[in-house]
Design a protein around this ligand. Structure first.
Ligand code: FAD
Length: 448
């Protein structure tokens, strides 16, 4: 009479409504994580994400085991793996926290109806967002397309619930179910091992996530609004991969930030952007591949220049801030938000390379690569997205560097060759490429 807790993007035990519900049933609990690289439409994880997942699962497995329940690892199409595990364990119920991507919702709905048809209980819970995407609607009943009224509508809703405690103890089954070995999934890079910079920078897992939140609230939150745009400042929370993998719930972050006594409004509204990105993905499941503003389908992209794309990826464009950002990304699996905007604008508007190529590179290299936030923000910069920056607003990477990195601390750290005047030659003329982008944009403007 086991209850199975199906973990997905919620690799934690505190404020985990599905685990909480399972623990309350007073039956043996088995956790499962399914590495699903087979279901149609589910996007394979990028390299940096796989690295994070390995470590986060190791941490979750330890935390579950310390409380008495196993975390079983299985590989395959979730629609087959979950029902088969139910039969194997003769389980009475399966519970999980909801996902919001299109293919994932389809899988979950299919599993739920199959389980229920065979007399097994199936329960899903709200856990990864502060506001369920379908509950926030304009007066006309449509989804929001503009951030400010969206966030205002969220704030008019009942406040996000208080976080649930981690279960103190769980009852496991008498015989532990068979599990894959994490190492056999080969999520970590080996030949070559490019993850040294990731290891230096991050500690995946729930305990480290909570320490990071505490450190941010003790220290940086007070300076957040003033310094959040300075890439060398270290004033932002660095919580994005922990939120991406659900090592912390947004509810916990929300309530702890409010309780910190600091004026956390600016920081909380960034959580609002995360909500808005998921709201947008929920209503537009093809956000990573299709322009939200369909007029951009007519954008006259020139044939892809693979040399320019590679120079951008490797941080060899000749523009200090762009190169510093791309090298920071390659080394650490993250990049400061201001610099993400600058490198994205540079790719799309100075190199005239379709935003989807940039989105794919970020998907592969970011530890926080997130189905909603990545595509949402790429489209935001490209001008085709929700409440997007207008296409004609082209970031000038040199002016951005002067404004946000005036002492060149960030450039010195990530692209010291530039700081010493030895960086590569610029691969593009800023003025001429800006002009070409604006001319190309005329086609979009004239499109009905
Ligand atoms: P903080 O400033 O401390 O913000 C707190 C939290 O709010 C973040 O951890 C994050 O969860 C959320 N947040 C902040 N800004 C945004 C935003 N613009 N959109 C959505 N959520 C936000 N963020 C991702 O989590 N995953 C991505 O794949 C991703 N891709 C991006 C691609 C581009 C081109 C751009 C311009 C931005 C992208 N972002 C993405 C948003 C943002 O850059 C990161 O969330 C932020 O840099 C993370 O640092 P932090 O945790 O210190 O943020």
């Amino acid at each position: 009479m086991t209850t199975i807790v199906w973990f997905r993007d919620d690799l934690r035990i505190a404020d985990h409504p599905a685990l909480h519900a399972a623990a309350a049933r007073d039956e043996p609990v088995v956790g499962v994580y399914v590495l699903d690289e087979e279901s149609p439409g589910v996007r394979p994880l990028g390299g940096a994400a796989r690295w994070w997942l390995h470590h986060s699962l190791a941490s979750l497995g330890e935390r579950m085991a310390a409380r008495g329940a196993p975390l079983v690892l299985r590989r395959g199409a979730a629609a087959e793996v979950i029902p088969s595990l139910v039969r194997e364990l003769d389980a009475r119920a399966v519970v999980w926290n909801r996902r919001y991507g299109g293919p994932e919702r389809e899988i979950d709905a299919g599993v739920k109806s199959e389980l229920r048809a065979s007399g097994v209980e199936a329960g899903s819970f709200a856990a990864s967002l502060l506001f369920e995407p379908w509950t926030i609607r304009t007066g006309g009943g449509t989804p929001y397309a503009v951030f400010t009224p969206f966030w205002r509508a969220c704030q008019a809703m009942p406040a996000p619930r208080a976080p649930l405690p981690a279960p103190e103890a769980l009852r496991g089954p008498e015989i532990a179910p068979a599990s894959d070995r994490l190492d056999d999934w080969e999520l970590l890079p080996t030949a070559p091992d490019w993850a040294a910079g990731l290891r230096e920078t991050w500690r995946p897992g729930e305990p480290a996530a909570r320490e990071r939140l505490q450190a941010f609230l003790d220290d940086d939150v007070r300076d957040y609004e003033r310094a959040r745009d300075e890439p060398a400042g270290g004033a932002t929370s660095l919580l994005s991969p922990h939120l991406r993998w659900g090592e912390l719930s947004p509810h916990e972050v929300w309530h702890r930030a409010l309780a910190s006594g600091a004026d956390a409004g600016a920081f909380l509204s960034e959580l609002g952007w995360r909500e808005f990105a998921w709201h947008t993905l929920y209503h537009h499941p093809d956000l990573a591949t299709a322009n939200l503003d369909r007029r951009f389908d007519a954008f006259p992209w020139p044939p892809l220049d693979p040399v320019a794309l590679e120079a951008w990826r490797r941080g060899r464009t000749g523009f200090a801030l762009v190169d510093a950002g791309m090298r920071e990304l390659w080394h650490t699996g993250t990049m400061h938000n201001r610099v993400r905007m600058v490198v994205a604008s540079f790719l799309v508007k100075n190199l005239l390379i379709d935003w989807r190529h940039g989105e794919e590179w970020f998907w592969d290299t970011l530890v926080d690569a997130d189905a909603a936030s990545n595509s949402f923000n790429w489209q935001w910069v490209a001008g085709s997205g929700a409440d997007a920056a207008p296409f004609f607003r082209v970031f000038n990477p040199e002016l951005q560097a002067q404004k946000f990195d005036p002492q060149r601390l960030y450039v010195r750290r990530w692209a010291p060759d530039h700081a010493d005047g030895l960086g590569p030659m610029p691969i593009v003329d800023l003025k001429a490429s800006r002009r070409a982008a604006l001319d190309a944009y005329e086609t979009v403007k004239q499109h009905p």
